[in-house]
Design a protein around this ligand. Sequence first.
Ligand code: TRP
Length: 409
Amino acid sequence: MITNTFGSSRSAALAAPIGPDEVDPHPSGRIDDVTTPGSSATSATQTPATQSPATQAPSARRKRMLTGDRPTGKLHLGHFVGSIENRVRLQHEYETFLIIADLHMLTTRNTRKDIDEVSRNARDMVLDQLAAGIDPEHATFYLQSAIPEVCELNTLFQNLVTVPRLERVPSLKDMARAAGKDEMPYGLLGYPVLQAADILCVKGDIVPVGKDNHAHVEVTREIARRFNFLYGEVFPIPELVESQITTLIGTDGQSKMSKSLGNAIMLSDDAATVRRKVIGMYTDPNRIRADIPGTVEGNPVFAYHDAFNDDPAEVADLKERYRAGRVGDVEVKDRLTSAVNRYLEPMRERRAGFERRSGLVDGIIVDGTERTRREVQVVLAEVKRAMGITGSYNQLRRKAERARKRRDA
Ligand code: TRP
């Protein structure tokens, strides 16, 4: 079941109160003056902070979705059911930001080779999502490392959560173990804090993610509440959007689908590859002949039938015959091959359309990154005003200017 409860109890006052010491005598805002990436016309005609959607009252602002992935390779069916399906479904209802989280990737993979693969992986991942049905006219893709303001927000957020709290996040230990690290890197412990910076730097309202990320969204909510309590209502409290299928088992039946374990069906697999992978799937090991009754529960072949076969009558019939020992594995797998290929076929067609337009995906990422960066700069300026950080420097600057004038007089 989709359990997305969007009932938000947001305060009406999104605009942070500005303290008396923070009245900026330079409304042009030298402190908050921002340099936008690139030298495109858009950076010259930048919207003043006060008119940006990010600082509008919540009622006037379209709600936002933020989610994404680390650029470690192509996406598979597990990504699709875990999060991408929800992205596609919700992209028209929400203003959508899709992160390519290369800084998060560095918490477990940071060799020069890993980094050199980011641009290709980013391209592949975006193409996978376009093929899956993300509309580039509606969604904004961006590369995390090209928005340094996120790191600034991360630094500020690091003081809003404790080390023992982060040590209790189970996914981090799993990631450390999977990366072969016997001690927790500092950056990996901070993974959920950086993720909170991603979500809150555009004031994300909803976050559709797979199960391994649920605890990170919880940390984000705690950080947002803590910030609002200390400095005024700046952030929404983002809602987690769960998927119907929380974890998709791999083709080997041993653990969740993962490209590195070699048990994944990729969204970009062609029909023959899908066939080969399905035929090789793990199934009930006790069933050495077609006339031996088999077990459907926990059987990955039937988990996939449930997830991807659009013909429920066929699935019910296969299950019944399987339990009774009246169907061979070959037929069950043949029908699964057809079902998965029916599922992927529209994606293949859309992919071919996008692939024909050379440079399109790169342009989508670059335009999206610049647009996101402008949004983030507005939010960061609001954050620093709310915290009084802007005021600290403004005070020093005003005094320094007065002293200089006296000297020069
Ligand atoms: N943690 C996500 C993953 O498992 C990637 C990610 C980084 C993310 N920042 C995010 C997801 C913000 C949702 C929202 O790959």
